[in-house]
Design a binder for this molecule. Structure first.
Ligand code: GRF
Length: 202
């Protein structure tokens, strides 16, 4: 399974996926694409001798134009699976529709709770006792695709965004490589807007 990872920043999830693929003969990270030239994830990729590309948004281009350029670069890698790992851009419906069932994302909340940004602050503000991360298939609607796997963490009274987000991150690093593994073993598919593992609806 040719895995292509899209990032914008630190790339700790990318690292977890690289490490997971090292132990999985069925999956290989064939490339990393960033929309930021200074994303630390690019350094991680270089350390692992993984090919990288940057697709930086231009001031005067539309979302569709950016997504078309992104698509051209993606196609060079001939990926079987596109993994969004902290890729901080909204993707156009046309773009997403081409990769249905082939693109996954990790979101730092227990979806459908807290789609969008500032999830940790929102969980703290709501005095939630439980928070977490969700890996899901990507569909045109933002953070709304079928959930594949979630991990829960407790929220403590004294939590700050920093303490809570690091607890959630740790869980993402456990569940994201596992989902990539399931996909590479062809155990995981999306059908009719639902996720199936080993033929069972999740
Ligand atoms: C993760 O928490 C992910 O859920 C969110 O962005 C963060 C990326 O972190 N979409 P990293 O770049 O993988 O360290």
């Amino acid at each position: 399974c040719r895995v292509l990872v899209l990032i914008s920043g630190n790339g700790s999830n990318l690292q977890a996926i690289i490490d997971g693929c090292d132990d999985n003969v069925n999956a290989e990270v064939v490339g990393v694409i960033s929309n930021k030239a200074d994303a630390y994830g690019l350094v991680r990729a270089h350390h692992s001798e993984i090919d990288t590309s940057c697709v930086i948004a231009r001031k005067d281009e539309s979302r569709q134009q950016y997504d078309l350029r992104l698509q051209t670069v993606i196609e060079r890698y001939q990926p079987d699976l596109i993994v969004l790992a902290g890729f901080m851009r909204i993707l156009s419906d046309e773009f997403v529709s081409q990769y249905l069932g082939k693109m996954i994302n990790t979101h730092p909340s227990l979806l459908p709770k807290y789609a969008g940004l500032h999830t940790h602050q929102r969980a703290i503000d709501a005095k939630d006792t439980e928070h977490g991360a969700s890996v899901h298939f990507v569909i045109p609607e933002l953070d709304a695709g079928p959930v594949i796997l979630q991990a829960k963490v407790p929220v403590y009274d004294e939590d700050t965004v920093e303490t809570l987000s690091s607890r959630v991150h740790e869980q993402e690093h456990a569940i994201y490589p596992l989902v990539v593994k399931w996909f590479s073993l062809k155990r995981l598919i999306m059908h009719d807007n639902c996720a199936f593992l080993d033929g069972e609806k999740i």
